[in-house]
Design a protein around this ligand. Sequence first.
Ligand code: ARG
Ligand code: ZN
Length: 879
Amino acid sequence: EPVRLKDYRVPDHLIDKVDLDVKLRATATQVTARLSIKPNPKGRPDTPLVLDGDGLAARRITLDGVDLDLASGFVTPSQLTLTSPPQRPFILEIETELDPTANTRLMGLYRTGHAYCTQCEAEGFRRITYFLDRPDVLSVYTTRIEAEVSEAPALLSNGNKIAEGKIDGTSRHFAVWSDPFPKPCYLFALVGGDLGSIHDEFVTRSGRRVALGIYVEHGKEAFATYAMDALKRSMAWDETAFGREYDLDVFNIVAVSDFNMGAMENKGLNVFNDKYVLASPATATDADYAHIEAVIAHEYFHNWTGNRITCRDWFQLCLKEGLTVFRDHEFSSDMRSRAVHRIADVRTLRAQQFPEDAGPLAHNVRPDAYLEINNFYTATIYEKGAEIIRMLKVLIGDEAFAKGMDLYFERFDGTAATIEDFISCFAESAQRDLTQFSRWYNQSGTPLVSVTAVYDPAARTFTLDLSQSSKPTPGQPTKEPFVIPVELGLVAGEHGDLKLRAGEEDGASGVELGRGIIELTTPRRRIVFRDVPVRPSPSLFRGFSAPVRVEYDWSESDLVTLVAHDSDSFNRWQAAQTFATRLLLRSVEAVRAGGAPAYEPNFIDALRIVTETSADPAFTAQVLTLPGEADIAREIGQDVDPDAIHVARKALRAAIGHDLSQPLLAAYARLEDKGPYSPDAAAAGRRSLRNVALDLLVSGEIPEGVRLAAAQFASASTMTDEIAALGALSQAASAERETALESFYQNHAGDALVIDKWFALQAMIAEPGALARVKKLTAHPAFSLANPNRVRSLIGAFAAGNQTQFNAPDGSGYDFVADAVLELDRKNPQVAARLLAAFRSWRSLESVRRGQAESALRRVAGSPGLSPDVRDIVERSLA
Ligand code: ARG
Ligand code: ZN
């Protein structure tokens, strides 16, 4: 039975205070939870108290000190029910025993490396003790942790440490932590382990001294310094950008090697996948550094957007996630190049969220029902959720947006809020009805905006006709029109932007034209621009002002003009992508018809101009990077043949590498890294263009490029350059490739995060034989199905990053992934379900592959003993 938003009811009981006593032992950890419970004055009176549990073993339960009879049937592994609890405050004390070593789901309390740690979001706390495991029950926690000194010298939990000591006559010790801020149980955390750490301090603008700690595996301390630096920058930035200060005396981060997701914002004690903490120039790429910065910031920003203001229920997940992603995007944009960052964010949105929104797993940014909430930590909730907020800011302007945020923090601090609460703050600050805007939260699917234009030279008018449409998505056959901000300009060749002029009678207001933002709120809208001296090239959706697909029949010369002259750098990049996509779609057609891939000198020339003239290497690298195979598949939309796409894209890359070999070689030479390594955006940008150039030169089979790639691989001093060279060398089968792969392994054996890159690179080799290689690697001693990072780097990379081999027409790729999902499901359903989502676009494939994918999915669906996680994904995929 799904949980439904419309069935929400306030809890009938509240838990004001939680006192936990946790005695850590590898297979028999004892948890005593003393809960101060009372009837909720806003709830229904005289209702039973039903606490959630998940696989729990109760040892003893007392009510106000009186033992309850465990044999009387009121408690099962998944529930504790008091049919007629006292109608006054009372104390329920519950003792449970856990086996953290046997916990392979990595939810609740588990062991990882040399530590015990917890993950409670979304519903992991109920695997520790019986509780009202819902985000609108806020409690103040005190946590006492006890462990062997030798096994767990570090004992951490939320809040501030208020006591610690040895336990006389034993080899054990304890620590007591107290968190003054009421929080839902999903934000609870504890860690006990033998860990190394680094420490620093941050002084908030009102003078609070905050002790910062990052805990990592012994010997990895030096790898955490960049994360610490990112943390301090995040804390400072949130003060200036959003007026948000930190509120405890301690902020700790713990990095662990076994983690289902990226990281977790537990109050005062963030727990991280170590991949988002550990970095050194020789082991982490520039992209890794950027991710660490972003995830550190994201989790820190949750302290206000998520923790101080939490979610009323899990339907409101985007209230904290979309908003916090928006905040971390803003942070990264301020730390790096805003323009380049925007391009990267939009690439991610299109690669991750658009396919989700176009397939059987499409769901609202605020879903209205779920079977398994863990399956809703999606690109739609996170990335589209962030886009909606960005769009809101575009619509109401920076000032009203900032005022609305302030209102939100002021009004909802300490509460469990809803999307309506959030939106109401902006309706008030902008003095504007946002009812229609809210549809972005309640309708799924990516809208399509179609635009046509007519230029009348005699009348000097340029008429734009805009229309929006949305395809049906699961459960939503029809849609109401969205509010879509279209940020636009009319570009007159090298003269740049024309001044926008039109009157009310011509369909646009002065306010709109002044800001360059037209609002499309109806199915269609016509705007007539006046005094247009020449036929302009329309630059539409500047900065990607709305998460939509755009259809407009730009001429090739329009696209070349925009690449060269658009004042909006996002749209300069977009014009190149649009041009490439068009060319690639033509090529795919030709290849499927047995012909040769298309070639277009105008496109190559546009790239040449950017390569030769752009002053920003990071931007140039983005322009030179073609849409991915999955992007092209999505554009095609139906009857997709991944092999034809691969051939077409490969041919275009080869043409670019070949035709632009001179400027690419020149850029490669010019941008050589001099001096010491720096992870900053400018240095990273130079490395990115060099490596894109190298890759294209090798694609184009330029002998000098191949030589440079081999030389770079042999002498690289950074992981960025080393893995890029290895990637370039891996494009084609050769003995050198195998030697290089082997030597990479030998150089980095033992560093799991680097070996993940080695797994992923091989999993993505687009050749028949890749599957055999991947299967062989699953038996490699460095691989383990028990570790989510290993699973994602090998099987996940194959399923999501190897379009031709995952989608092999004989179904072998699907079968392999389906088998992996079934095997993994017995250990870790959450990670298994995520892997299965690789099938999300199966319906758009050509019929042979579609048939194969369907039978793999049906085989999964028909397997006995599926977890709710996998069952939910497979059933929605097949629906
Ligand atoms: N709230 C975490 C974040 O920062 C994600 C945790 C998700 N965990 C899960 N088991 N679904 O995005
Ligand atoms: Zn988050």
